[in-house]
Design a protein around this ligand. Sequence first.
Ligand code: ATP
Ligand code: MG
Ligand code: MG
Ligand code: MG
Length: 560
Amino acid sequence: MRFSKSLIPTLKETPAEAEVVSHRLLLRAGFIRKLTAGIYTYLPLGLAAIRKVEQIVREEMTRAGAQELLMPMVQPADLWHETGRYKKYGPELLRFVDRHDRESCLGPTHEEVITDLARREIRSYRDLPMNLYQIQTKFRDEIRPRFGLMRGREFIMKDAYSFDVDDSTAEESYQCMYDAYKRIFTRCGLEYRPVEADSGTIGGSFSHEFMVLADTGEDTLVICSGCDYAANSEKAVVAAPGRDESPMLPLEKMETPGKRKVSAVCEFMGISPKELVKTMVYKAGEEAVAVLVRGDREVQEVKLKNFLGVVDVEMLDDKDVFAATGVPTGYLGPVGIKVKLLVDNEVAAMCNFVVGANEKNHHLKNVNMGRDFEPFGVADLRQITVDDPCPVCGGVLTMKEGIEVGHVFKLGTGYSKAMNAVFQDSDGQDKPMVMGCYGIGVSRIVAAAIEQNHDENGMIFPMPLAPMQVIVLNLGLKNEQITGAAEALYRDLEEKGIDVLLDDRDERPGSKFKDADLLGIPLRLTVGKRLTQDGVIELRSRRDGKVEELAPQQVVARVR
Ligand code: ATP
Ligand code: MG
Ligand code: MG
Ligand code: MG
């Protein structure tokens, strides 16, 4: 690749909108450009880094026996109705209707589509186990897209799905993916930890997340210093309303709540009244406070930021709320606001929490949790903290921030039962397939790698993910000997299959050095005056700054 002919729009200034280092550097190094909130164009170098991740992922998926396919991004709502997730998934699912008035959505994940495929194509126990994966653009209408590639609305994911005859082989498939994930993240050159995780909206019996350790991570991990125990601190949280997984619908749908009793709402949602009434909110002075009700009587207060209130709410009888929660309602807290329930089925389906306000005027119209006021901070909801002993060995726990780059789930038969994905077993019986699903944030890995590998001058790519392995600086465009040597090096390295960028721009050496550092290319070859004076080319390692002097004919062998 020639710098002079490539689209690598590096920036001198730090873009104001970027809060974390990977976002700043991806913009400054000309790897990505924003189209609109959470949606980016990958420029040539950004795409090259993504391709490196994809390559590693593909090799390890193949090694683990998975086959690649590619599913559509547009999905019919009907499939999602079959599993009940069309209602449950919440506003992260971008829904729309086509010209024939058919409801559709953009795939945030593909359990429904793959299960539909499996029920059509997999007939017999002889076809199993089967593991299918794709690398594809996903769309999730994230509440707060931010941090560049770390939390986009459109992003690239590898998602794999396994199908097995029974639980024990499903666990083998899970383990096989778990091991493949370890190889993938090791090969990417990342410092990571597998942790026990909550299985979120996808549901399922158990799951692990793969976390890249970095201060800017949005997840908090508890890690035992005495044993292998490591978990996402969210894992043990019973109720976490307002988290991105929390079911909510677009606010337009909230305008006409009907009048339903708690029992009808619960029936509709398939949950118990206790689960429905997880949270009550009241106002204490200037600050709103949420009361979480867990199980029978465990009550915990958390503070809410900028609480505004809620849409039209229907009040329930105190008696009903009390019956549902075992918690006295009516006048709560120092200010004493009556607890109000959302009882329309759609409203209830999107908010499995209960909110209240002291006034029901225009301020409270169309208020949507998450969009209009901060959802509950997960930090406030942690069940395991460093004050607790390790649940495995009783040792001391520490906390670390992590970036979730991968997630493996053992799903069980939830999807296959809901969608009737059955196979004929060796005994002639039809049985639901036992499933697992496994995601990797391909584009997020690039951001995570930068969070872990950078300095004040720019990125420092681990070699396996580096979009270019070598940059050759031609510091004497007008000097025949220098240009001849730089061009020859460029050609020779390319011929050897090395990804090389030739900086042949008409720029001052200072800005070429700066850009080379910014781009984070692991090896820099400087062809300049030292060549004409002493016959040497300088090879510098981006990571440790070590410089070696080489004769031109030594370079290719040294770099390979
Ligand atoms: P998060 O907790 O960060 O919202 P998630 O648990 O919702 O992620 P999964 O459903 O487990 O995500 O998806 C699999 C992988 O896809 C995640 O482990 C993560 O690496 C990646 N991913 C999820 N959401 C995003 C996003 N908005 N932008 C970039 N990558 C993402
Ligand atoms: Mg999410
Ligand atoms: Mg998560
Ligand atoms: Mg996850």
